[in-house]
Design a protein around this ligand. Structure first.
Ligand SMILES: Cc1cc2nc3c(=O)[nH]c(=O)nc-3n(C[C@H](O)[C@H](O)[C@H](O)COP(=O)(O)OP(=O)(O)OC[C@H]3O[C@@H](n4cnc5c(N)ncnc54)[C@H](O)[C@@H]3O)c2cc1C
Length: 441
């Protein structure tokens, strides 16, 4: 179990040796972002609009598709995507999944859940999109203005903004942002080991590309049992399908995050006895060259900024993959950080506390939401499994106004819509940026 959210480690800056190659940005403040997932490119986009010079370093060799799951953009993130002029591209690539037909272990009749109605109960505005599609759109919107360095990583950071990359280069930046996901390297270098800040929510998630055997277009098929859920879905524009596996072992598993065969082995051990189509899915996972496998872990840092360094998205406040709306949180966090930096004229001593303050309630509520969701999504007994599927079906069958009233009152379903991001572009008075933001001493 992780620490209380207020805990904080002593800073771990180490001097970085090397010859410093101060990149000439013409006097404009330069920012290094580690990670070109979701938060990284959104932050890069807004910082460029506000006149900063931005470099993004991404460990993956290209932006090319790596597999992965569908992610959700709820109202505040959708509003930001619209402000970025990307609404149409995002809507064009939405998965369009409308129905979830779920079989329950020990029962013959499946339950069909109307996912559109469920999402409408959660947020006034929502799009489900494959993570890879979203990344591609965000990269496309930033690649002309941002320096992207693929296939590299930050190896060391010093308090004055000096950075050494794994590839050997050394450079100095005015600000450094870790947008490198749940297992962030920047966070480890500056704030210490991940284990100090993590709370395991009791489950694991795995996602792999499989054949679209059932010709799924707008529906998802699944089987739920005690402590496990497996499903398969596709999207209108995808040739393949994605199989996902959620499970809750009695205790945390010990495995190497980089050892794919052992993760496949763990998955088979959890699901092999489920029958039906599941063994065939597992065979395909075995043959697949990419598998996303992670623990459903929540990050609980009291503060995620230190000196010139801050964190954004999963790196700083992942509520838990698949259970807490982490993609929306990442978009909102990136937009807010850029806005606070621009409002403060690039002074991180003002901007970082402002950013943390702006995100604080949303982050805390997302954590609470994720803990509840992790329990509900993978029921621990048959009665819970029945209650989960039947309860959701009941809510989504009600007339829309009644459904909204029930789902938002006394529940945490209204989480995303309760957050309204500040209108930074107006506050800052865009268009602006020709002069750039001057570095702070
Ligand atoms: C391959 C992949 C598949 C995913 N699939 C799912 C899923 O199926 N279900 C789910 O709920 N969530 C999934 N996630 C997480 C989900 O996408 C995030 O919660 C959400 O996108 C938040 O965005 P983020 O930008 O904060 O983090 P991420 O989207 O995780 O992006 C972080 C980025 O940083 C890069 N990176 C990592 N380490 C370094 C480093 N040392 N140096 C430079 N770059 C680095 C990563 O390659 C990645 O591009 C996945 C993440 C990844 C990386």
């Amino acid at each position: 179990m992780g620490p209380a959210p207020s805990s904080r480690l002593a800073l771990q800056y180490r001097p970085v040796e090397g010859n410093w190659n101060d990149h000439d940005t013409g006097g404009v403040m330069n920012v290094l972002i580690s990670g070109a997932g979701v938060a990284g490119p959104v932050l890069a986009y807004w910082l460029c609009r506000y006149g900063f010079s931005v470099t993004v370093v991404e460990r993956a060799p290209t932006i090319l598709k790596a597999g992965g799951h569908a992610v959700d953009l709820f109202a505040p993130a959708m509003d930001i995507v619209e402000r970025m002029g990307l609404l149409e591209s995002v809507q064009e690539r939405q998965t369009g999944t409308e129905l979830f037909t779920v079989f329950r272990e020990g029962r013959t009749r499946p339950v069909t859940i109307d996912l559109r109605a469920l999402m409408a109960a959660i947020s006034r505005r929502h799009v489900e999109i494959m993570r890879d599609d979203l990344r591609e759109i965000l990269h496309g919107a930033t690649r002309d203005d941002v320096e992207y360095l693929f296939g590299d990583s930050v190896a060391a950071v010093s308090i004055d903004g000096k950075v050494r990359f794994e590839g050997g280069a050394t450079r100095r930046f005015d600000l450094i942002v870790g947008a490198d996901g749940l297992h962030s390297t920047v966070r480890r270098l500056v704030f210490g080991p991940e284990s100090v800040y993590t709370l395991w929510l009791g489950g694991y998630i795995a996602v792999a590309s499989v054949d679209n055997t059932y010709d799924l277009r707008n529906s998802m098929l699944g089987i739920t049992g005690v402590n496990r859920l497996v499903g398969v879905y596709s999207a209108r524009h995808m040739a393949d399908a994605r199989a996902f596996f959620l499970f809750r072992p009695p205790a945390p598993l010990h495995y190497d995050r980089h050892d794919l065969p052992s993760q496949k082995h763990l998955l088979r051990a959890q699901f092999a006895d489920l029958g039906g189509e599941v063994p065939k899915l597992l065979d395909q996972v075995d043959r697949s060259s990419s598998l996303y496998f992670d623990s459903i872990t929540q990050l609980r840092m009291g503060s995620w900024s230190s000196g010139r360094v801050t964190l954004v998205g999963d790196a700083g406040y992942c509520p838990g993959p698949a259970v807490g709306g982490s993609t929306s949180l990442a978009v909102v966090g990136a937009y807010s950080l850029a806005g606070e930096l621009a409002l403060a004229g690039g002074d991180h001593r003002v901007a970082y506390p402002g950013y943390e303050q702006a995100m604080s309630t949303y982050v805390q509520r997302s954590r609470a939401f994720a803990i509840t969701m992790a329990r509900r999504l993978v029921p621990t007994n048959r009665a819970q499994a029945w209650a989960m599927t039947t309860g959701v079906k009941l809510i989504t069958s009600l007339p829309a106004p009644v459904m909204h009233a029930i789902s938002r009152r006394g529940t945490r379903l209204g989480l995303h819509d309760s957050f309204t991001p500040r209108d930074y572009p107006s506050l800052i008075g865009l268009p602006r940026g020709d002069a750039g933001v001057q570095p702070q001493e």
